[in-house]
Design a protein around this ligand. Sequence first.
Ligand code: PLP
Length: 426
Amino acid sequence: MKPYAELSKEELQELKTALEAQFEEEKAKGLSLDMSRGKPSADQLDLSMGMMDVLGSDSQLVCSEGVDCRNYGVLDGIAEAKQLLSDMMEVPKENIVIFGNSSLNIMFDTVARSMTHGVMGSTPWARLDAVKFLCPVPGYDRHFTITEYFGIEMIPVPMTTEGPDMDMVEDLVQADPAIKGIWCVPKYSNPQGITYSDETVRRFARLKPAAEDFRIYWDNAYGIHHLYEDKQDTLLEILEECKQAGNPDLVYKFSSTSKISFPGSGIAAVASSDGNLADIRRQMQCQTIGHDKLNQLRHARFFKDIHGMTAHMKKHADILRPKFDAVLETLEKELGGLGIGSWIAPRGGYFISFDSLDGCAKAIVSKAKEAGLIMTGAGATFPYGKDPCDKNIRIAPSYPTAGELKAAAQVFVLSVKLASVEKLLA
Ligand code: PLP
């Protein structure tokens, strides 16, 4: 098949008729499929069921500090959990604070605290006329929702294959003291699966922001979420790079075990400099007497150490890999060479990002829905839900079964073809 752009009007018209017939056949199947949710499948959750048994009514529930985990005490995480998460996040355990069940919650609290109390003694953002954040795009919609909620102006920065466009990031943060932060998913990014290059990480660490309270929100949600044994991305450790660059306070690093153990019932943590952690602890001691230590203990006893966690992640990969491969194979087989879409084959994370012809994403998502397939809403990967080119679609292959996924991928490529032909004929 020739690229669609090379087809004559008559050929396109003929193709449209054939695709419409195929589409009607798909619709008649009455499918009910969902590729919108970046959630682990039930098989993946089963991998962690042993965690339900590591604490029983006859268990010893005292942590290594000698505190009874059934009771109050230990504000920022038991030592066992700190050790596990500091190894997972590649930071010293002195630089980590364990929170509750969600890293997104820590990110929200971090922005909220900066609004009301400022960052390490600077003016609270709520008292400023303008507060802005840089948002690499496409990106994670829930990051954008947090900044939108607080009325923070979001400035999109395009992603490259090496991470955000660093020329633009450097220019903007140096020029504008109202820019107070940037959202980053540095490894297996949501949604493109891109890992920032060493040069990108070093340029981040060497940033010279006009605002003393500018911070990098480094959301390393997919740090150990590889898909392949033999092809794995590596990411430079940002806290250490910042320290070496003389910018120790520049970054907050977030992570959680949401897609390692149980989403919503995992443990989350933030790592940062002593100065930033002092701000965090000051707030935390007013906010809670302590987070769920039994859950921390359960995680520490189940995984034992980082090696246990790494072995566990291989089991996740064994379930996820065939699903990603199935979607990628269908994209390649059905759309390869047609010039109506592009995508990156990720080496980890939870998503495949698809770029259609300009102006087609909304139509594709709506056609897919008509044929019984729910996709993430077009535009969701951009601030304010507005994709200026209307071309990015996030594909989440983790949740459906292999059979559902095959059917879903077929509906998706058909929707892409039909929307593209309609666009070219318009
Ligand atoms: N950060 C990113 C980039 C994510 O993709 C997700 C979930 O999809 C989260 C954070 C949510 O993490 P948590 O469950 O720790 O709040």
